[in-house]
Design a protein around this ligand. Sequence first.
Ligand SMILES: Cc1cc2nc3c(=O)[nH]c(=O)nc-3n(C[C@H](O)[C@H](O)[C@H](O)COP(=O)(O)OP(=O)(O)OC[C@H]3O[C@@H](n4cnc5c(N)ncnc54)[C@H](O)[C@@H]3O)c2cc1C
Length: 466
Amino acid sequence: MARVYDTIVIGAGWSGVVAAKDLSKAGHSVLILEARDRLGGRARTYTDGMHIPVDLGCSFIHGYKEGNPTRDIAKEFGVTANVCQPTDGQIWKSEKLEPSSSASKLRQNLGAARTSAQSLAQSANPPPSPQAPLSEALFGPQSPLFADIPDKDLAISFARMLEVPLGVTLEKASLRWDGWENNYAGSDAAPEGGFQMFIDKIVDAAKQDGTEVKLGEAVKKIEKTGDGVKVETDKGGYAAKTVVCTIPLGVLKTNAKTLFQPSLPTRRLETIQGTHVGVLEKLVLAYPSAWWPDAAKVGSFILLPTETSQGEPKDAKSVFRQNTFILASFAAPTLPRQHPTVLFYISETPALALEKFSPEEVVKAGHESLKERFGVSSAPQPTGSVLTNWRTDPLAMGATTTPSIIGDGRSPLDFAELGKPLWGGALCFAGEHTDSNHRGSVAGAVISGAREAERVQKYLKRLAEA
Ligand SMILES: Cc1cc2nc3c(=O)[nH]c(=O)nc-3n(C[C@H](O)[C@H](O)[C@H](O)COP(=O)(O)OP(=O)(O)OC[C@H]3O[C@@H](n4cnc5c(N)ncnc54)[C@H](O)[C@@H]3O)c2cc1C
């Protein structure tokens, strides 16, 4: 254990690579330890059987024109990011396209219900109880969701599409904190070639500035020593003056009690357990041709349930029939390179139900359900497919941190708590779960990595001057 690094960064996702880039650029010695055999973490680009690379984790730089700092990094590294062009969207109820007047009513009512819930969260006196879920406001008798819509179930199943970005059911998301975050929104942009290639470029630059990277080394212990920190992996031991730990919240839930020596304070351990990691999976089906309706112009389909759920779904196809899905079509001109591929965004309820079936069964059921829904019996078989498993991936244990959920004592302050340094400043924490305004996004990870790099630099300066 000869060398003592200025910093060991644990994890090579967005937060880790940004921290390493900034620190090595400032002249500090950095070692990245990553348990996977690839860079990127929840930035993962998939190519097998695909027409062009498809992102299975993050796919968009949200708020690209509205200040997201990832845009500056793209510019710095010569990464082209294509801003998504708005294309038509369709809502499908049963095997029928909703008429456009009814579709606009559904959209308009959901927007109004969301605004009304957020103004309740901000202005009600007393504020909503910590136990009140978002569903209470959205589905309450006075909710604008139901204005002039006689079919309440239709409006409710449409509102379920919010469970995709939330990562959690509307019955678990907190009403009190709804809309608290000030995150980047508006325009979306997708990096050409995918997010993993973007990360690779940053790591290459960090390496040129001296950063060392070890892949396939899972950190087992992080220990405070007299003058710094010792990090043990399954392959060896390393010493540093500081550590930036970017291990995802879902993973910390499983190992935080034993990973750190001395143990993390009780409040930190309680916050790790009390905050929530959401579910969002993707199913990608690549076809030889775009056979679905209006493929050349419709970029997204909201697929509403075609049958009511009655207990356990009997097969994977029933899960597709009984839930709301957002389906993205890459055949539309949303992005410059169109290709005959569709992507299901799978929210918590269907994702958990689909876990009972094999990936092959889910792919088959996804394809069959589209044929059935769009009434196209002659649709070609997919030539490539992939289903994610972020929830059970031991190095992610979920998609991303969700907004605050119902329960006493929970608030967005939790995310600030998760990002506080310990051990006098020698142990720092970054990752999407440590940023109150941008949790759950690339922006949150990027901002937290830069934040901790700055903190470490100040700490090292103080150490040198002592
Ligand atoms: C399906 C999905 C879609 C998404 N879509 C978007 C989107 O369109 N736009 C957006 O802004 N965000 C999106 N996100 C969120 C975004 O991907 C994440 O917020 C971001 O990538 C998280 O970066 P991170 O550095 O915090 O964590 P990670 O990327 O998870 O990095 C942490 C790293 O730590 C490693 N690690 C874990 N344990 C150990 C250990 N013991 N030792 C060593 N290494 C370890 C992991 O392998 C991982 O590489 C999406 C996420 C998912 C899952």
